[in-house]
Design a protein around this ligand. Sequence first.
Ligand code: FRU
Length: 440
Amino acid sequence: MTVNKIHVKAPGGWMNDPNGFIYYKGEYHLFYQYFPYDTRWGTMRWGHAVSRDLVVWEHRGVALFPTICEDQNGCFSGSALEYDGKMYLFYTGVHYHKPDPKDIHHCLDEQFDSAQLMLCSEDGKHFDNFKGKQVIIPPIEDKRVGDRTHTRDPKVWRGRNGWYLVLGSTTEDGRGKLLFYKSNDLASWSYVNSVSHEPHWGWMWECPEYLETEGGNVLLLSSMGIIKDGKREENQIICAAVDFEEKGCVMSLPDTFQYADHGLDLYATQSIKDEEGRQIMVAWLRMPEAVDGEWIGMLCMPRVIEVKEGFVYFRPHPNVESRYTRQITAPSEADEAGYRVSLDMEEGERLDIGGYQIFREGNRIHTDRSAVFGGHKEYRLAFETPELRSGCHLDIYVSSNIVEVFINQGEYVISNAVYGLTGKLQFDSMERLRLCTLES
Ligand code: FRU
């Protein structure tokens, strides 16, 4: 079986969203949207990877795959939870009414239905795709509640008074919308309430997640059509500190949102509490081309989500951070999983990491991947953070197809897909850089 370090990657073929992230019986399980037959999106199943420490991941093959009418055209995204020692998986089943006769993985004219399904596994190892599936929320008939096609990605959590489930959807006038449901037994769910934003924050909200942290509660959304600048991608992860009143499922959204990552390549988060109770997340790194023609799609490294004074921070997970213990003097000495460069960057300074540029200007961090992105001009090549609050410490994790720049321990993050980084490192005062890699 394939093993990945730090970043979970498609073990051949195509990967998109992480799904069903859970700490279960002493191990982390991560599932993901998977099409093994080609390096493009197709009829979805859930691939499965397992780790003891969030660092070394072992792939375990396919967990969920289409078997019933409701999910015949795909097992879309969803979440997991543990109850009574069992692992419950919640996901969206898709049924096409008009498959494209020339490519049955796609649907014509958006003629499809989405239902919400549940599968219970006794042990997180066996998944009874033939007898174990249950439809918990059929396609929505009432347009005032939600859209029968564009309603998906159930996230389930235990609240103070029962189980809650949130779905991403769209309003009749084309704004992103969330639908909240409640249950006492995980099997029968009642619709309680919805929320959307005016002016719109994109037309459809995918992969919604509501999380509680010590410093405040967070909503994470993957919003379709939130950036319309003619460049890829229009769909982005946004987040905000929110209030949620459980009884009536009333969520109050603020006026403005934050981007979870200013590299604008990540999408579709999965968040859980780790074994220490930290709120952590991973997300899908969108990539424009397959690596060695063999695989496409990977996940960012796990991050800890924290809220301070209404602002959401994303810092590297300590299990990952603490593995970079071996000091090196050049990238050529690094472990194959990559290396970390740390420094305090002054205004006007510039660092070149194998062709990927990072510089500080106007008290913002800017990055430019033009030289290491295979000439994909339809994508954004240059990025910047908002103005920094105070200081500018950078921890930059570099690996063959992803650079993750953490600024001031997660005040801002820029994560970018890259291709063909060289081993060169250039900075005016090299003695101020600290380079570390993993112990092999
Ligand atoms: C987000 C998404 C989800 C959906 C899945 C299908 O990337 O579109 O909304 O469940 O991907 O693969």
